[in-house]
Design a protein around this ligand. Structure first.
Ligand code: ADP
Ligand code: MG
Length: 308
C-alpha cells in the first residue's frame, strides 16, 4: 500500500461537511467560515517515545491526538470545526491504521469535527500532528491574560487521575478507570463554550495544575493562592493512593485536560455531568501559593517541560 492508497483507504473516506468546499484530495483545503466569527487554530504533536510507548493501542492514540487539540480549542471558548492530520509512520500496517483512524474519528465526530487534509510520510518512529481550526464570537474568546485580583479560581472535573493512570500503565495495568482517563481524555468543549465571554481567563491542564495555572497567572500579571483541601480528587484516585500521593498527582500531574479558569462576580455556569470546583483566589502579587490545612504547602513543581 503506497501513501495515496493509504490516504484513500483510511482517511479520505471519513465524513465531510457542507462548510468544507474542498477537502482531502487537492493541494489545499478550502473552508467556509461563518461570517462574523473569528477563527481559532491549534496544533499538537505526539511523538513515540516522548508522549507514548510503541505498545499503545492505535485507537487510543488516534483518540488522544484529537482530544488534546480539542482541549486547547475548549480553553479558548471556541467551537471546533475542521482538522488536519500530519502522520509519520515507519510502516503502513492495515490493522494499526484501521484502529488509529477509528479512534481519531471517534474523538472528532463527538464534536462534529471533520478531517479536511493532512500529510503522510515515512519515518523511523510514529509522529502524529493534528491541527484543529475552530471559531468563536470575537468578544467571547477566552485568553490566559484576563485574570484580575479578587477573581476566584476554578477547575472542572477531577485532577491527578491521568498522571496516576500513566503510572499504573507503566506498571502493566491497562483495565482501570485512571488509565482510561490518560488514554481517552474528555476535552471540555461544551463547558469551554459555556464559559466563553464569562470567565476572565482560562487554560487547559496538560502539564499539571500548578504549572498551567502559573502560566495563566503570569500571562495576566497577577498571582494566586489555592487551597489543597479543596482540590477535586476522584474516588478512584483516593482508593489507590495515599492522601499525599493523591495531592502530588493533583498538583503536578499532567494530561488531565480539564479546564482551569478564573471568574469575577456571579455564578459559574452549571453543567449536568461535570463538577466545577472553586479552588482558590487571584491576588495582585505574583506567584502561586498552595495552602493545606491553613498552612503553606511546598508542592513538587514537576510539570512536564521539553528541553529542560
Ligand atoms: P501534496 O503533495 O500536494 O501536499 P499529498 O499528495 O501529500 O498532497 O496529499 C494528497 C491529499 O491528501 C491532500 O489533500 C492532503 O491534504 C491529503 N492528506 C494527506 N495525508 C493525509 C492524512 N494523513 N489524512 C488526511 N488527509 C491527508
Ligand atoms: Mg501539492
Amino acid at each position: 500500500m503506497d501513501e495515496f492508497e493509504l490516504i484513500r483507504r483510511y482517511f479520505a473516506c471519513l465524513p465531510t461537511a457542507p462548510d468544507v468546499r474542498v477537502g482531502i484530495g487537492d493541494d489545499g483545503a478550502v473552508l467556509r467560515p461563518t461570517p462574523g466569527r473569528d477563527l481559532v487554530t491549534v496544533v499538537d504533536t505526539l511523538v513515540q517515545g516522548v508522549h507514548f510507548t510503541p505498545d499503545i493501542d492505535a485507537a487510543d492514540l488516534g483518540f488522544r491526538a484529537v482530544a488534546v487539540n480539542l482541549s486547547d480549542i475548549a480553553a479558548m471558548g471556541a467551537r471546533p470545526r475542521w482538522m488536519l492530520l500530519a502522520l509519520t509512520l515507519p510502516a503502513a500496517e492495515a490493522t494499526w491504521l484501521e484502529r488509529f483512524a477509528a479512534g481519531l474519528q471517534a474523538a472528532a465526530s463527538a464534536h462534529d469535527v471533520v478531517l479536511v487534509g493532512g500529510d503522510t510520510t515515512r519515518g523511523d518512529i510514529v509522529v502524529i500532528s493534528v491541527q484543529i481550526v475552530g471559531d468563536v464570537a470575537p468578544d467571547a474568546v477566552m485568553m490566559r491574560s484576563g485574570a484580575r485580583p479578587g477573581d476566584r479560581i476554578f477547575v472542572t472535573g477531577t485532577v491527578g487521575d491521568a498522571a496516576a493512570g500513566l503510572t499504573l500503565l507503566a506498571g502493566g495495568q491497562t483495565d482501570n478507570i485512571l488509565v482510561r482517563r490518560f488514554l481517552r481524555p474528555a476535552a471540555r468543549v461544551a463547558y469551554g463554550r459555556a464559559l466563553a465571554g464569562q470567565a476572565s481567563a482560562a487554560i487547559d491542564i496538560s502539564d499539571g495544575l500548578v504549572t498551567d495555572l502559573d502560566k495563566l497567572l503570569a500571562a495576566s500579571g497577577v498571582g494566586g493562592e489555592i487551597e489543597c483541601d479543596r482540590l477535586p480528587i476522584s474516588a478512584a484516585l483516593r482508593s489507590r493512593f495515599d492522601a499525599d500521593t493523591c495531592l502530588d498527582f493533583a498538583l503536578a500531574g499532567g494530561d488531565d485536560y480539564e479546564l482551569c479558569f478564573t471568574f469575577g462576580d456571579g455564578e459559574v455556569p452549571q453543567a449536568d455531568d461535570l463538577a466545577v470546583t472553586e479552588i482558590g483566589v487571584v491576588r495582585g502579587t505574583p506567584g502561586l501559593d498552595c495552602r493545606r490545612n491553613g498552612k503553606p504547602y511546598a508542592h513538587a513543581d514537576s510539570g512536564y517541560r521539553h528541553f529542560r
